[in-house]
Design a protein around this ligand. Structure first.
Ligand SMILES: [Zn+2]
Length: 171
């Protein structure tokens, strides 16, 4: 097991739609182990495979620091099969550092996918579980929180990155 590098905006892999996993082989299982390690090391509550440079439809979650009812799980080829309600939620992202933005989300979702053992599972949730599921499924569809905020906020973030880059170059 090893923690992997987390790609940051504007890396192009973060904008790609990830490919479905057809076979849950050792490679996929190792990926899940490493994603788990990477998520914990970074202090995150969710991670998508594309964030570590692997554009496949795999996500890991552990929202227990916020909602101790739920523990760690991994989902392969997850899809939202039903949703209800709407809420605004302030979100951050390991791939979009120093950005905390209010994002419109569904209040409740039901997500279907496969466990690392290959079993079909359905996860129904609300609160932080529902939000994190939507955030990670966005990732495997190439969508970042920056795509869900106003153009102005996106510009402000881009300019901030440019300023930081210029500063780094000077130092
Ligand atoms: Zn994220």
């Amino acid at each position: 097991m090893a923690a992997l590098e987390i790609l940051k905006f504007p890396h192009p892999i973060l904008r790609k739609r990830s490919e479905a996993v057809n076979q849950i082989d050792e490679e996929v299982k190792n990926l899940i182990h490493n994603m788990r390690e990477t998520m914990y090391e970074a202090g995150g509550i969710g991670l998508a495979a594309c964030q570590v440079g692997i554009p496949r439809r795999v996500i890991v979650l552990d929202v227990s620091p916020i909602d101790p009812q739920h523990g760690f799980f991994a989902l392969i080829n997850p899809d939202v099969i039903s949703e209800e309600g709407e809420i605004d939620h302030e979100e951050g992202c390991l791939s979009v550092p120093d950005c905390l933005e209010k994002v419109k989300r569904k209040e409740k979702v039901c997500v279907r996918g496969r466990s690392p053992e290959g079993t079909e599972i359905e996860i129904k949730g609300d609160g932080i579980l529902a939000i994190t599921l939507q955030h990670e499924i966005d990732h495997i569809n190439g969508i970042l929180i920056l795509d869900r905020v106003s153009q102005l906020k996106r510009e402000i973030y881009r300019n901030k990155l440019k300023r930081e880059k210029r500063k780094e170059e000077k130092d």
